[in-house]
Design a protein around this ligand. Structure first.
Ligand code: ZN
Length: 338
């Protein structure tokens, strides 16, 4: 999420962040406190927020649905709509859809895909094997980050990275085995849904996103072509989840779309067109995608942190200092000009 903080053209109004959101997200990026310890607000679950704002994403009483929907509609949809035709994965007239119903005959309002498209791997410079699927897409989940590493773990950043991947991979696995809340009172299990999708040649992936914009292994394979450090495994009673997951690791599954888009664009762009998306700060399809995705995450998570102002109890009175040190104003302060 560095791009929207330091490297996107502010001449585009949509790229601008309010001072309030910029301050919150810059502090989050730098792992600086966003609350003073003596005046941190109390969540509706009764827990006092930690000074870094992690509890906003860990508490089960705080819904992340608004942030989820914003990232899906204003980050992933427009970014994929632009980059998938460039990569030769869909035609220029094909629409990337969000929350489409009617995938399951007896549960027409069930929407197993947050985002979906119709792949056609024979387009452009795409070198992927022909797609076996009529529809590909993903169910998106926002997960919390792992606990901060200990001082000794900081000496080995690779172990912390692996821990973060395992955390997001656990979120992927939960999505494969539980239904989520897209509709209520449905009577189908996750295995039933996956079996129906598999029969209809529809491919569902689970894309996990952390509150810092980090991506789970399935999303990273789709975007960058990276394989997971250790593939997921499922118990015998989750055969449909295993089938769908293994399908995502096949060479015919969509993967590495950003390198593919970079390659296709650089070989086919007009000589006078220097920058993808007409911005010198986004010279390639990959950077353009990451900027749009990062901007949506930044706005969604800043709004998520601000939102509980209306739903949580006010900060409790404290006998200690209530005024934050310079630069550490609480987002709950009435002073929005931080
Ligand atoms: Zn809470």
């Amino acid at each position: 999420m560095s791009y929207p903080l330091i490297h996107m053209s502010r001449s585009n109004v949509k790229h601008r962040l309010s001072n309030f959101d910029f301050t919150i997200m810059l502090k989050r990026k730098l792992v600086l406190p966003i609350y003073h310890p003596a005046s941190a607000p109390v969540c509706k679950c009764g827990t006092t927020h930690d000074i870094y704002g992690h509890h906003h994403f860990r508490c089960v009483r705080i819904s992340k649905k608004a942030a989820h929907n914003y990232i899906n509609e204003y980050g992933l949809q427009p970014a994929l709509q632009q980059v998938l035709p460039t990569a030769g994965i869909i035609t220029t007239s094909s629409i990337v859809q969000t929350e489409a119903p009617h995938h399951i005959t007896n549960q027409p309002l069930l929407r197993p895909f947050d985002i979906e498209y119709q792949p056609n791997h024979t387009l452009g410079d795409s070198n992927l094997p022909p797609s076996q699927f009529a529809v590909c897409g993903a169910d998106i989940t926002i997960d919390h980050c792992p606990d901060p590493p200990s001082a000794s773990a900081l000496e080995d950043i690779s172990s912390y990275t692996a821990n973060a991947e395992r955390c997001l991979q656990a979120a992927e696995k939960r999505k494969f085995t539980t239904m989520g809340g897209t509709v209520t009172a449905n009577t189908m299990t996750r295995e039933d849904v996956l079996r129906t999708l598999h029969t209809d040649a529809k491919h569902l992936q689970m894309w996990a996103i952390c509150p810092y914009g980090g991506m789970g292994p399935m999303l990273r394979r789709f975007l960058f072509g990276e394989d997971p450090i250790r593939p997921l495994s499922f118990t015998a009673n989750r055969s449909q989840a295993a089938n769908m997951y293994l399908a995502s690791l096949q060479s015919s599954a969509p993967h590495g779309i950003l390198p593919l888009a970079n390659s296709s664009w650089s070989s086919s762009k007009p000589s006078h067109q220097k920058f993808y998306g007409h911005s010198y700060t986004a010279p390639t399809p990959k950077i353009s995608f990451l900027q749009q995705f990062g901007l949506a995450c930044t706005k969604a998570f800043a709004s998520h942190i601000r939102r509980p102002i209306r739903t949580q109890r006010a900060p409790q009175a404290s006998s200690g200092p209530t005024r934050a040190p310079p630069g550490l104003n609480s987002p709950f302060s009435t002073n929005t000009g931080v």
